[in-house]
Design a protein around this ligand. Structure first.
Ligand code: NAD
Ligand code: TYD
Length: 393
């Protein structure tokens, strides 16, 4: 099987063969995972993790076990629709609980692990970086150690099948100028926020476990995601939530910072693609070819809301836009060159930014009970701490 993968990897250099091989490789990858009977995900009750779990159960036939400590960002309601699914299991626990993680590996005997669990919000990392070091760095280290111990216990066939997929971010590459080329896999790391630094450290640990111990790791570095189940502290859901409630829409600085947006379902399909077909030890950039200035994103959301809520007393919603004090160390621009995953693995984003924003606004409009559930006590404290000093919401 390793020889087949190697032959495919060589042929991928030929662009004409790449597309056909992507399909063949998808079957081969699915077959390899099918030979094991389960995967473990960490952080599967968060935004991207829960979208991934739901997509996995729709698209794959293998069991999925979700280890999540349910921080403020983890929400079992995201997975209510599959709580009784015969191929889904939830385990409440911390990735830093080495005994629990070791026991889970022993009991589940997974073919792969996909590691989402993290503290993920830049503004929170500025106010309280310690938790980011504990979860993102120490937590990834704990998981790598237990994965290595489990992997070492496997027979040769199991060893070569096993994958440790680490879900990371484009923020590890730092900030781009207006005319700089987009980040590619060989761009030097230059993290600027405590969040980005903690993710960069975790990426380095993952890399080291491949090179030092041979653990078959994969890393994805993805751009900004948006879509259903995103906690309303991040730009897009915060703006939808505030606009619906007639609250100010706090745009940091001059609003001209640029992010490269990807619909969450496309990120999940990229992760499945890398898990099935990626080459151990490699990293893959994932992006949406959708660079937008923040102010343009907010105006797009407002225009969609004006259309979907024609009788809203807050229309035009763009009148709620309020420029507030900038984020310290605010990265100016992120842009992802994802030609490697497109060329070598045949993945491409399917959802346009405009289509994805429309879906997302419609989802939030249709799930106000979910929003109400996550915007209670501690959420209100966060908004108060975060925006009072900025002169915004
Ligand atoms: P999120 O904050 O919505 O969810 C994080 C999840 O991890 C939550 O369910 C939380 O309960 C869980 N968790 C936190 N600490 C834990 C611990 N110690 N043990 C077990 N579970 C724990 O995050 P997200 O936006 O879904 O991001 C998921 C991953 O994707 C992160 O690693 C993040 O760095 C990466 N990423 C996110 C984006 C984005 O735009 N959101 C983009 C690229 C990469
Ligand atoms: P965010 O969603 O926090 O993601 P990240 O910092 O990981 O890119 O922010 C996206 C962009 O939106 C970023 O440039 C900061 C900006 N922003 C605002 O202008 N106002 C806000 O209230 C928030 C949360 C973000």
């Amino acid at each position: 099987m390793i020889l087949v993968r190697e032959a495919i990897r060589r042929k991928k250099q030929d662009p004409v063969e790449a597309q056909g091989l992507a399909t063949l490789n998808l079957y081969l990858g699915s077959f390899l995972i099918l030979m094991s009977d389960a995967i473990i995900v960490t952080g599967g009750a968060g935004f991207i993790g829960s979208n991934f779990v739901l997509q996995w159960l729709r698209q794959e036939s293998v069991r999925i076990v979700n280890l999540d400590s349910l921080t403020y960002a983890g929400n079992p309601a995201n997975l209510l629709s599959i709580s009784d699914h015969p191929r889904y299991e939830f385990v409440h626990g911390d990735v830093n609980d080495r005994g629990l993680v070791a026991g889970l590996f022993r009991r589940i005997q997974p073919g792969s692990i996909v590691h989402f669990a993290a503290e993920s919000h830049v503004d929170r990392s500025i106010l309280g970086p310690e938790e980011f070091v504990r979860t993102n760095i120490q937590g990834t280290f704990s998981l790598l150690e237990e994965a290595k111990a489990y992997w070492n216990s496997l027979p040769d066939a199991g060893k070569s099948r096993f994958r440790f997929l680490h879900v990371s971010t484009d923020e590890v590459y730092g900030s781009l100028g207006e005319n700089d080329a987009a980040f590619c896999e060989t761009t030097a790391y230059a993290p600027n926020s405590p969040y980005a630094a903690s993710k960069a450290a975790s990426d380095h640990l993952v890399r080291a476990y491949f090179h030092t111990y041979g653990l078959p790791t994969l890393t994805t570095n993805c751009s900004n995601n948006y879509g259903p189940f995103q906690f309303p502290e991040k730009l897009i859901p915060l703006m939808i939530h505030n606009a619906l409630n007639g609250k100010p829409l706090p745009v940091y600085g001059d609003g001209k910072n640029v992010r490269d947006w990807l619909y969450v379902g496309d990120h999940c399909s990229a992760i499945r693609c890398v898990l099935h077909n990626g080459c151990p030890g490699e990293t893959y950039n994932v992006g949406g070819h959708s660079e937008r200035r923040n102010i343009d994103v907010v105006n797009t959301i407002c225009a969609v809301l004006d259309e979907l809520r024609p009788h809203s007393p807050h229309k035009p919603h763009a009148s709620l836009i309020t420029y507030v004090t900038d984020r310290p160390g605010h990265d100016r621009r992120y842009a992802i060159n994802c030609s490697r995953i497109e060329r070598e693995l045949g993945w491409q984003p399917q959802v346009t930014f405009e289509g994805g924003i429309r879906n997302t606004v419609a989802w939030y409009l249709g799930h106000q009970d979910w929003v109400a559930g996550v915007t209670s006590g501690s959420y209100r404290d966060w908004i108060e701490t975060q925006y009072a000093k900025r002169g915004g919401a």
